[in-house]
Design a protein around this ligand. Structure first.
Ligand code: GDP
Length: 524
């Protein structure tokens, strides 16, 4: 690794945001195939094939055949080194899913073009928005009947409030899908034709010169009309606005048939930002600076049940990581030697010796780290900006099955809460323990780990989904607590109301205008 600057500038680190079934696994797999990181399709996540990938470490993951962790995949393409971070979806949707977005420099949003924008995509989009992360959109499944492309762009604007620039445009769809009109490369890419016929070059007016079978179809003329409309009334291309996350470049294609994926990848690599500076207590940290720094955005316990090890996921933000180096952890005021380190690949975990800004590595955690910890190697010690807190949505009341096990119970809860996937609350009046999480699976993981690691069986009473709103003032009238607006303390003794639903929240606001409430996710 001779030239640090060159290395860093070659990095592209992103997460895919999507709703389950939009095609994230399929697209990831195709990208890895282009990068030569895997040889066969079907190795990324075996949830549908019955094969398990190494990203499914935990026992519970194996049982359910899904991935709890946001694992990391790396591949090289041309001169770029690409890191893809997985964002777990469905039931395993959790704070980890959100937090992954703090470790990336851009996001790829896959939308099922037949369904349009779905709930989970919108949630993840909002986190990207909040952080100003550039977003690249892939409209998937054009080989099937889909919504009209103009309607999809309108949804981006109306539902998400983001402007778009279509880099290409579908010519037909479903059974009549002929390919994409590539505005950016001034060519047409034909669907399901021989490789030597795949690209049709366009003239300066953006049309096909001479005769061509594409022209026989009315779809060609229709596409030219739509392109004219986009040229005249659509947004202008702007690299700066893409970088700020204000404008999303949109690509159409079909991940399953591997159509439009390579074109997407090449444009993505051209416009996606390399590792970006990060705020710290010492101001912005330049990713090109020589001194090593990074932060931990996720801790995964029991990746290898035989060893009971924990792995901390570290995003490198500056300098170079070398195996065996010593780093400072300013929070604990200690030096630690990073001897065991892991790089994540789709079908293997291998030891990493060197890594630079933008890369994600796993380091062995003897129980030292916390999510959000900064690691530095230089004389200047600093801490990166605190990671955002995510508002839990699902709640349970939890007790130890065996009252004699209180000590283990408390220890287990304290430690698991520190890892950050679940939040602990206590009811104000009765001191009951409540847990809040972003996704349901966290409770199964919690139950499983309490039993296996802390030898404690727990009883969990589901309280369902609640709207959690923090109280601005220190003091609040405890009599305002009711079944529909339960008053609890968070683990920093801050008061929080758990509302049964939107209606209960509005009703409360109407009746108690003096009680100022806020959602921490809106403030970051
Ligand atoms: P994930 O849940 O977002 O990871 O979605 P998957 O990649 O597992 O895809 C969900 C389903 O959609 C699978 O049955 C895929 O084969 C299918 N799928 C993905 N991409 C396409 C596509 O471009 N066209 C069609 N027709 N199906 C697709």
């Amino acid at each position: 690794m001779s030239n640090l600057k060159e290395e860093v500038l070659s990095r592209r680190t992103f997460a895919i945001i999507s709703h389950p079934d939009a095609g994230k696994t399929t697209l990831t797999e195709k990208l890895l195939l282009f990068g030569g990181a895997i040889r066969d399709a079907g190795t990324v996540k075996g949830k549908k094939t019955g094969k398990y990938a190494t990203s499914d470490w935990m026992e519970i993951e194996k049982q359910r055949g899904i991935s709890v962790t946001s694992s990391v995949m790396q591949f090289d393409y041309n001169d770029a080194r690409v890191n893809i971070l997985d964002t777990p979806g469905h039931q395993d949707f959790s704070e980890d899913t959100y937090r992954t977005l703090t470790a990336v420099d851009s996001a790829v949003m896959i939308i099922d073009a037949a369904k349009g924008i779905e709930e989970q995509t919108l949630k993840l989009f909002k986190v990207c928005r909040m952080r100003g992360i550039p977003i690249f959109t892939f409209m998937n499944k054009l080989d099937r009947q889909a919504k009209a492309p103009l309607e999809l762009l309108a949804e981006l604007e109306e539902v998400m409030g983001i402007e778009s620039y279509p880099m290409n445009w579908p010519i037909g769809m479903g059974k009549e899908f002929l390919g994409i009109y590539d505005r950016f490369n001034n060519r047409i890419e034909q669907f399901r034709v021989d490789e030597d016929e795949r690209f049709v070059t366009l003239n300066d007016d953006g049309e096909i010169d001479g005769a061509h079978t594409l022209k026989d179809s009315g779809l060609y003329d229709q596409t030219l009309d739509e392109i004219m409309l986009l040229n005249e009334a659509g947004n202008e291309f702007s690299r700066e606005r893409i970088a700020k996350g204000e404008l999303t470049p949109v690509f159409f294609g079909s991940a399953l048939t591997n159509f439009g994926v390579q074109t997407f990848l090449e444009s993505y690599l051209q416009f996606a930002p390399p590792p970006q500076p990060r705020n710290s207590t010492n101001g912005e940290i330049d990713p090109l600076s020589e001194e090593f720094s990074g932060f931990i955005f996720k801790i995964q316990a029991n990746m290898n049940p035989a060893h009971r090890d924990r792995i901390a996921f570290l995003r490198i933000c500056s300098g170079k990581f070398e195996r065996g180096m010593s780093v400072n952890v300013p929070r604990v005021g200690k030096q630690i030697k990073l001897a065991q380190s892991t790089q994540f690949m789709a079908d293997d975990r291998s030891t990493v010796n060197e890594a630079v800004s933008g890369d994600i590595i796993g380091i062995y955690d003897p129980g030292t780290y916390q999510i959000g910890d900064t690691l530095t190697s230089g004389k200047n010690q600093f801490q990166f900006e605190r990671l955002p807190q995510f508002t839990p949505e699902l709640f349970v009341r939890v007790t130890a099955k065996n009252v004699m096990k209180q000590k283990h119970f408390h220890k287990g809860i304290q430690q698991l809460v520190q890892e950050g996937a679940i939040q602990l609350f206590k009811t104000v009046k009765t001191d009951d323990y409540l847990l809040g999480a972003v996704g349901q699976l966290q409770y199964e993981v919690f139950e499983h780990r309490m039993k296996n690691e802390y030898n404690t069986e727990v009883l969990m009473e589901r309280l369902g989904s609640k709207i959690a709103r923090w109280v601005e003032d220190e003091e609040v009238n405890e009599n305002l607590s009711s079944a529909r607006s339960l008053l609890v303390n968070d683990r920093y003794e801050k008061k929080v109301f758990l509302f049964e639903n939107d209606f209960a929240l509005r009703w409360f606001n109407d009746k108690n205008p003096d009680v100022k409430l806020y959602n921490p996710m809106d403030q970051q």
